[in-house]
Each structure stands twice: as C-alpha cells, then as structure tokens.
Design a protein. Structure first.
Length: 134
C-alpha cells in the first residue's frame, strides 16, 4: 500500500518515563479530645513549576463531616514518589437550629435557638422532640 510505504522509516519513537506521584497520609484528630476522627490517603494530582506535588489542606483534604480545620495549614510540596504522614487538627462544628413558634393563624409566639455538635457520620440524623426542651 503506497500510503504505508511513504511513512516507513519516518516515524519518531517516544520514550515514556513512569513517574510515581507523591502521597500524603492524613490523620484527623479532634483538637480537644486528641481522638482520631478520620484518616485518608491522598495522591498528588497538582504540580508546581518544579514538578513537586502540591497539597493544600483547604482544597485537597476531605475533612470528616461535622468538623472544621482547627488551624490554618501551609501548602505542602512533596517530590514525586515521596510519602508523608501529617496530623490535621480539627474541631467539632456547631449546628444551630432556629425554631419559631407560631399559632395556626401565623402569629409568632416565641423563638428558640438550639445548638448541636453533630460531628461524625454523614448519615447522622438529628432527632428532636417538642416538649420541655422548647
């Protein structure tokens, strides 16, 4: 076939070098109790101009549900193939429930704020019963 003959010996071979990404193992600890509330392993996907992998707590970390970062963490850079374990302090996040009591006619007869710490599972259900609490 003439098309194939025109390109014989005119191809370029590229060598591909496999590069292992950097890995960061994150252990989440409650700042108050020092209890481990979560763990994860992150694989680097973003690189800086020098080819180092960039990890930013505010962007990359999957903070356990019901928690927030306790302190600001600096951006970390790791070389390809490098693994680092880091401890990330978190605090329980409060959930505020604003309750307004109205009559059947829509007249507001009272207000109440209830504060809950619902750290833990994403499937946590807050079960509230009207009664003496409100």
């Amino acid at each position: 076939d003439q098309f194939v003959k025109d390109y014989v010996g005119k191809t370029t071979q590229l060598k591909v070098k496999a590069v292992k990404a950097a890995t960061m193992e994150v252990v989440y600890k409650d700042q108050t109790t020092q209890e481990v509330v979560g763990e994860e392993t992150l694989t680097g996907s973003r690189q800086d101009a020098d080819g180092n992998y960039v990890f930013d707590a505010a962007v990359d970390f999957n903070i356990p549900f019901g928690y927030q970062l306790a302190v600001d963490y600096p951006v970390e850079t790791l070389k390809a193939g490098e693994t680092k374990t880091t401890e990330c302090l978190v605090t329980a996040r409060e959930t505020v429930l604003h309750i307004t009591f109205e009559t059947q006619d829509g007249e507001v007869v009272g207000n109440k704020d209830s504060i809950y710490n619902i750290s833990g599972s994403r499937r946590r259900v807050l079960d509230i019963h009207a009664g003496n609490r409100f």
